[in-house]
Design a protein around this ligand. Structure first.
Ligand SMILES: CSC[C@H]1O[C@H](OP(=O)(O)O)[C@H](O)[C@@H]1O
Length: 341
């Protein structure tokens, strides 16, 4: 398999490497992955994370195993095992479905490898298209609020919502970004801040509970977020705290955009009620751990509610920025998204 290199995932010299996003930004540690058990742990612990990226990481692992003359039956089980890691982001299911088709072909080793390579390279191109479409929605001097991390660390390209922000900054040179730290795992404070510094995009880090007063003060011009799954009616699931922003944006009449590749659209999921929300370990809320070690602030036995995602109804969304274009609420509520697949 050819070398494939992205910000947090690479296949080089026949070795699959994953950047440990849990240790960023203060430690850059790459883990080698040679088996399903390791990739499952990397995905479940969010060392590799981001809807598109977990699909690509799983795909490259399957391709690596195919290259090691792994039997069809073992590859099929590996696909099932990896698909079962995180239930909300549909990109993982999309990639695994493509690999299942490849596995049924006569020359399945070559087909699986070619499919994984194609998915990786397609993602790079999809990011560019989303960024180009979305950047046209940004005006000079805009203050943009974003949530979680949707950049190069979460994709094979420049990202989804953060890719729009990056392209807009290239175009205008004078935008500013409010970065939600994104409790409990702090993808915004750790990863988005890290990426915006690398790209030299001016930003200000805020706690999630500060977004409301910034909007009330007129300091937020637009909101761009990513998605883990878009339902057929335009509702979508994204990192928990996204729904808060959508309700606040609606109240304050601030444009609210979701940015995702068309492969995040799941026409088999009718609406948000049908999206399975991943529930995560309470330890993530009782304290925090990372490159600095760990800190525990809540009582050891505190009951915790820790959904990794929440859902936002289409009626709160101004626009859907996909690689195929930008769609407004009237188009989406009229069923336009379903006609794209
Ligand atoms: C382009 S990443 C999309 C999506 O994935 C993130 O979730 P996680 O960090 O748990 O993998 C977040 O919801 C992003 O918006």
């Amino acid at each position: 398999m050819q070398d494939l290199i992205a910000s947090s995932l690479k296949f080089q010299n026949n070795t699959l490497m994953v950047l440990d996003q849990y240790l960023l930004p203060h430690q850059q540690v790459w883990h080698e992955c040679r088996d399903v058990k390791t990739m499952r742990e990397l995905i479940l612990s969010l060392k590799i994370r981001g809807a598109p990226l977990i699909g690509l990481g799983a795909s490259l692992l399957i391709a690596y195993l195919a290259e090691q003359d792994t039997t069809k039956a073992v590859l099929a089980q590996a696909i099932d095992d990896l698909e079962a890691t995180r239930p909300t982001a549909v990109n993982l299911m999309h990639c695994m479905a493509k690999l299942r088709v490849a596995l049924q072909q006569q020359d399945y080793v070559a087909e699986v490898i070619n499919t994984a390579v194609k998915l990786f390279n397609e993602d790079i191109a999809l990011c560019e298209k989303m960024a180009t479409h979305g950047a046209k929605l940004v005006n000079s001097g805009d203050n943009i609020l974003t949530h979680c991390n949707t950049g190069a660390l979460a994709t094979a390209g420049i990202g989804t919502a953060l890719g729009v922000i990056y392209k807009a900054q290239q175009r205008h040179g004078d935008i500013h970004v409010w970065v939600d730290e994104t409790r409990p795992l702090l993808q915004g404070g750790r990863l988005t801040a890290f990426e915006l510094e690398r790209w030299q995009v001016p930003y200000t880090l805020i706690c999630d509970n500060m977004a409301a007063s910034l909007m009330a003060a007129g300091k937020v011009d637009k909101i761009f977020v990513g998605a883990d799954r878009i339902a057929a009616n335009g509702d979508f699931a994204n990192k928990v705290g996204t729904y808060n922003l959508a309700v606040l944006a609606h109240f304050h009449n601030i444009p609210f955009y979701v940015v995702a590749p068309l492969t995040t659209l799941d026409v088999n999921t009718a609406c948000s009620a049908d999206i399975e929300i991943e529930q995560r370990n309470g330890a993530e809320v009782r304290g925090v751990s990372g490159s600095f070690g760990e800190a525990l602030w809540a009582p050891t036995n505190a009951n915790v509610y820790n959904p990794a995602f929440d859902v936002t109804p289409a009626k709160l969304i101004t626009g859907w920025v996909l690689d195929t274009g930008v769609y407004d609420q009237q188009q989406v509520l009229a069923g336009e998204l379903k006609r794209l697949v």
